[in-house]
Ligand binder design. Sequence first.
Ligand code: PLP
Length: 383
Amino acid sequence: MDWSAYLSRQLSERRDSSLWRQRQVNQQSDGRFLYTTEGKYLNFSSNDYLGLSANPAVISAWQRGAEQYGVGSGGSGHITGYTNAHQQLEQQLADWLGYPKALLFISGYSANQGVIAALMTKADRIIADRLSHASLLEAAMHSSAQLRRFRHNQPASLADLLANPCVGKTLVVTEGVFSMDGDCAPLADIYQQTRVSGSWLMVDDAHGIGVCGEQGRGSCWQQKVKPEILVVTFGKAFGLSGAAVLCDEQTAEYLIQYARHLIYSTSMPPAQAQAISEAIRQIQSGDELRQRLQQNIDDFRRQVQKLPFNLTDSTTAIQPLIMSDNELSVSLSQYLQQKGIWVKAIRPPTVPPGSARLRITLTASHTQQDIDILTEALYEFCS
Ligand SMILES: *Cc1c(COP(=O)(O)O)cnc(C)c1O
């Protein structure tokens, strides 16, 4: 088959289904504003929930790290890329979150792929919440294990699947706070199911860590469960990037031996590890930031009650407005952009068909006035 004909057919399919994706160049952004060549926008699409991407102490930690270590790690952690900055960060994470071990990965995507690929074999099965992040579901589909999905946030549906026998090991997978819906997983019930069935639990807490629970220790801490595998990422509330897997000694040793994403990939720059260490300290003492974020969430939800869109029952920083029409979500996003407000439409296949949405995210950096501007524009669009 001709290459160009193939690509052209795939592209026109995308275009015709209003699923066309376009990147836009931005010049600078933080938890409150985004700047492009067109101008300045109020940013309601950022995952920088606490505004730490622009925090002076975090920036200066990165600068000092770069001066001390240079800008790159120079190799995989198995060769030369594991420095005392990496080791200290792992220890700090393990102590903070109450696990024997933490292992750093360059991204959440890579952590999820690496862990699932290393742990699962053909005889095994993965039972995942059906709305789990693409990085989890894709890792599960690419692994040789069997993949089953349970109904979103329904432990009874999980129990049904667990009741079927499996000769191999079972890994139950969920997120702490769902990235596209903002709702929280019933972790205590799910954890209980895994205790009864002798399976393991893996929780991806990309959107819970830093914002939920005492000191921002995340969804699992908040719900008093300790999954065998906890994945935390640094691209959201930490304002940086990278990820860590928290687990016991034996699992960590196994991953060091078998996780190809650790072995064959350059580790994060040591300066970044130092910046993440500083971000943890900011998060630990960040009650005021979390209170401000909570105030913004409460104000927003109160103000949008009368909009003709479905609100989810999210109590977190992720507040999507769900509409079935892909084109409507895009035109609303464009309308807001004309008003100087940046919110992106999220369409299938990122979310299930018929559930296109405006994924609004709130941060501690937004003011009451910012929220007023957003909600007024939403009502204007609907009037
Ligand atoms: C963002 C996200 C990831 C990917 O993490 P990166 O560090 O950005 O690669 C994984 N899981 C969830 C739930 C996420 O929201």
